[in-house]
Design a protein. Structure first.
Length: 667
C-alpha cells in the first residue's frame, strides 16, 4: 500500500499554529506530526493535535445532513436527509425571515478553525449579501486585544524565539506547558542558561511548578500588581528615562497613578505579600534583557483590558524593548494586518447597509430579547451552548421552538443537539486552508490529506451551495478554495512557496521597538487613561455578594482539551477522567469537604457539579473549575459556564469569565 506525506497546519485556537506533517497510507491518515523543519514547530506537537486521526475517524462523526424530529426540550432525535432537501428547506426558511428583516438572521462563529478560508471567507460573503446581523467576535481575546492596541497601536509583540536569550522571563497569566508548548521550549532553554522564570497566576499551574517563583494573585488584580511594580521602579530609579521621554506618551499621568500603589496596598488588593511585590519589581527593574509572556487568561475579568495596558507598559518604562530578547508578547496577529486582503469577505456586498451587531458573549440575553428577536442562528466553528457565559440563558434561548438553528459540525455537540439541521463539515485533514498566527509571524498553508469522509463538505462549499439555494448570483460565490487562498493576501505572500514549503515568514525586525516606532498615531506607546479597574465580583467591590458567595472561581482549560474541542476524543477524556473543581485544603476543611467528594459550586445564576480535588494548585479563597467540558458529558448536564455571567470587560466588550463568585457545598 502506498504511503505519502502531506503538508498541513494546525487550525486550532492556540498561539503556536504548528506546521503539520500528515502521513497517509492508501486513503487513510495514519499519523499527524509536527514539522521538524518549521522553526516554530521544530518537530513537536501537543498531545491533543497528535490525536487528530482519532478525531477525524471518530465513530460519532457526523457524516450526513441531519434534520431534527424532536422538540428542543426533549431528548434530541434526528433523521438523515439528503443535501438537496436540507439546503432547499434551510434556504426557504432563511428567505422567509430575510423578507421580513435579514438582521433577524444571526451568524455565530469563532475559532473552531483559525483558517482564513474555512473561517469567514465564503461565509462572510453570504452574510454580507443577505444583510444578516453581524457578530462581534469577543469571546476569547478582545479585551486584551483592545488593551494592546490602545498601548502599542495594534496587537504586536516580540519574537517567540528570542525568549531563549532573556535573563528574566515573567510568564503572566499563561499555563505555557499546556497551552503554548513551543514558547515553553524557548523559556526552558533560557532557564538552562541561567535565566530566572517567574509565573504570575492565581492557579499553581504545571508551568508554575517549573518556574523559580510563583506569585498567586487573586483573579482580576493583575493591573494593581503592575502599578505596584511601577511604584517600585519609580521610587528606586529603575527606569530608562531616555526611552520614556522619546517613546511613551502619558507618562506623567501614569507616574501619579503608580505612586498611589505602594507594595502594602498592592499586597492587600492582590492577596500576596508586600515582599513579593518588591521582589518582582527588583528582578524586573534590574535585569536585562527581561521578557514578559502575557496570555489571555488574565484579561477575562472586568478590568482585563486595562490590566493588559498596564503590563504592556512595563517594558517601555525599563527600556526592555531595546533588546531583541526583551519586551512583551501577548499576540503577534497585528503583524499580519498589512498582508491580509480586507476585501476577502466582500464587505462591498453590504451595499451601504449597516446591519445590527450582536456580541457573541451576550448571546444568551440576545436570544431571549423579544423586541427585535433573532429568528435564525447559523453556527459554525463554535459551540456556544458549551462555551458562552451564563449558559442557563444560552440553553433557554437555543431551546426556543420558534428559533431556526443550523449547525455546521463534526460531532453532535451541545449546540448541535439543539439544532433544526446539522450539516456535516470537513476536518482539517479534508480541506484546503491558509493560516496566520497570533504567537509567531509565519503564514502557513494546509493541504487536504484525504477526501472528505461520508457526505461531509468544507465550510466554503456549504456556504456556496446555500448561496445558490438562496438565489444569490454574484460571481464571488463561484470562487474555488484555491482562488480564495490567492485572494487572502497581498502579493508579498507567495502561494507557490506555501504549497512547496508549507510556510512563509514575514519580514519583521528582530527588535521591533528598539527605537520606538509603535503603531499608535504618535508613534509612541500610550499610557493615557490606563488604570486599574477592580472586578465586578470581589470582596472589595461587592462585599454583600461576597458574604454569600465568598470564593472566586476561575475556569482555566483542562490540559487535554482546547476550549470545547477534543472533549469527545475518548483517549483525551480518559486522561481528564471527569470534571474537576480544585480547592485549597483550608477552604475544603472549613466546609467539611474531602478530596474526591461530589460538590456543587453555585451562585444566583446556577449550580455546577464536579468532583472535588483538594490541591495546592488552588490558592486560598479561589477555586479552579477546569473546563470546558461539554454539558452533556458533565456530571449533571452542566459545565462551569452555568455560574459565569454576561457582563462585559472595560475594553473590548469581552466576557468576564474569571470574574465570578461562588459558594461550594457537598452535592
Amino acid at each position: 500500500m502506498s504511503t505519502r506525506t502531506v503538508l498541513g497546519a494546525c487550525p486550532h485556537d492556540c498561539p503556536d499554529t504548528c506546521a503539520l506533517q500528515v502521513t497517509v497510507e492508501g486513503e487513510r491518515v495514519i499519523k499527524v506530526q509536527g514539522r521538524a523543519e518549521h522553526p516554530n514547530t521544530h518537530g513537536a506537537l501537543c498531545t491533543k493535535v497528535s490525536r487528530y486521526p482519532e478525531r477525524t475517524y471518530h465513530p460519532d462523526r457526523v457524516l450526513h445532513p441531519l434534520k431534527r424530529v424532536s422538540k428542543k426540550t426533549e431528548a434530541p432525535a434526528f433523521v438523515q436527509v439528503s443535501w438537496a432537501e436540507a439546503l432547499a428547506d434551510i434556504a426557504a426558511r432563511l428567505q422567509a425571515i430575510a423578507a421580513r428583516d435579514p438582521q433577524r438572521i444571526q451568524p455565530y462563529s469563532y475559532a473552531g478553525t483559525m483558517g482564513l478560508i474555512q473561517g469567514e471567507a465564503m461565509a462572510g460573503r453570504l452574510w454580507n449579501a443577505l444583510g444578516a446581523a453581524r457578530l462581534d467576535r469577543t469571546i476569547c481575546a478582545s479585551a486584551g486585544g483592545a488593551g494592546l492596541a490602545a498601548t502599542y497601536g495594534h496587537k504586536l509583540g516580540m519574537h517567540t524565539r528570542h525568549f531563549a536569550g532573556a535573563k528574566l522571563i515573567v510568564i503572566w497569566g499563561s499555563n505555557s506547558i499546556a497551552s503554548n508548548l513551543h514558547f515553553w521550549t524557548y523559556a526552558n532553554q533560557a532557564k538552562r542558561e541561567g535565566a530566572k522564570l517567574i509565573c504570575i497566576d492565581p492557579r499553581k499551574t504545571e508551568t508554575a511548578d517549573k518556574c523559580h517563583q510563583h506569585i498567586a494573585v487573586l483573579p482580576g488584580t493583575d493591573g494593581a500588581l503592575a502599578l505596584g511594580v511601577m511604584h517600585e521602579l519609580i521610587t528606586h530609579g529603575w527606569l530608562d528615562r531616555a526611552y520614556i521621554d522619546a517613546h511613551v506618551e502619558g507618562w506623567d499621568e501614569l507616574r501619579e497613578k503608580a505612586l498611589a500603589w505602594p507594595p502594602e496596598r498592592v499586597a492587600a488588593e492582590c492577596g500576596i505579600t508586600a515582599d513579593e511585590v518588591r521582589g518582582l519589581a527588583r528582578d524586573y527593574g534590574t535585569t536585562q534583557p527581561a521578557a514578559i509572556r502575557l496570555n489571555y487568561g488574565m484579561q477575562r475579568v472586568r478590568g482585563g483590558g486595562n490590566a493588559v495596558r498596564l503590563v504592556a507598559l512595563l517594558p517601555c518604562l525599563t527600556g526592555a524593548w531595546r533588546h531583541e530578547s526583551g519586551g512583551l508578547l501577548l499576540s503577534a496577529s497585528g503583524w499580519f494586518a498589512p498582508y491580509k486582503n480586507p476585501a476577502l469577505e466582500r464587505p462591498d456586498l453590504l451595499a451601504g447597509r449597516t446591519p445590527r451587531m450582536v456580541n457573541m458573549s451576550t448571546i444568551g440575553d440576545a436570544l431571549l430579547h423579544t423586541d427585535e428577536p433573532i429568528e435564525a442562528v447559523v453556527v459554525y466553528n463554535s459551540n456556544p451552548v458549551a462555551v458562552a457565559p451564563e449558559s442557563p440563558k444560552v440553553v433557554k434561548g437555543f431551546q426556543r421552538e420558534d428559533l431556526f438553528t443550523v449547525v455546521l459540525e463534526h460531532f453532535m455537540t451541545d449546540t448541535a443537539d439543539l439544532a433544526d439541521y446539522v450539516l456535516p463539515a470537513t476536518t482539517q485533514l479534508e480541506h484546503l486552508d491558509v493560516h496566520t498566527s497570533y504567537g509567531h509571524t509565519d503564514v502557513l498553508m494546509n493541504q487536504p490529506a484525504i477526501a472528505p469522509l461520508g457526505e461531509a463538505k468544507p465550510n466554503t462549499q456549504i456556504f456556496r451551495e446555500l448561496a445558490a439555494a438562496l438565489g444569490l448570483t454574484d460571481s464571488c460565490f463561484a470562487d474555488t478554495d484555491e482562488q480564495l487562498a490567492a485572494q487572502a493576501f497581498t502579493a508579498e505572500i507567495d502561494l507557490n512557496l506555501l504549497r512547496t514549503q508549507g510556510w512563509q515568514p514575514l519580514p519583521i525586525p528582530e527588535a521591533p521597538f528598539a527605537h520606538g516606532g509603535f503603531r499608535t498615531p504618535s508613534g509612541r506607546a500610550s499610557a493615557v487613561g490606563a488604570d486599574y479597574v477592580p472586578n465586578y465580583e470581589s470582596a472589595t467591590s461587592a462585599p454583600e455578594l461576597a458574604a454569600r458567595y465568598p470564593l472566586a472561581m476561575i475556569s482555566p482549560p483542562a490540559r487535554n482539551f482546547l476550549n470545547s474541542s477534543f472533549v469527545n476524543v475518548k483517549s483525551l477524556r480518559d486522561i481528564e477522567r471527569e470534571p474537576i473543581l480544585e480547592m485549597h485544603a483550608d477552604d475544603a476543611a472549613a466546609r467539611g469537604l474531602v478530596d474526591g467528594a461530589r460538590v456543587a459550586a453555585f451562585n444566583d445564576r446556577g449550580r455546577y457539579v464536579a468532583t472535588l480535588k483538594v490541591s495546592p494548585r488552588a490558592r486560598p479563597g479561589v477555586v479552579n473549575g477546569l473546563g470546558v467540558w461539554w454539558r452533556k458529558l458533565g456530571l449533571d448536564g452542566t459545565n462551569v459556564n452555568e455560574v459565569t455571567h454576561q457582563r462585559l470587560t472595560d475594553l473590548g466588550e469581552a466576557p468576564a469569565f474569571y470574574d465570578c463568585l461562588v459558594q461550594v457545598q457537598a452535592a
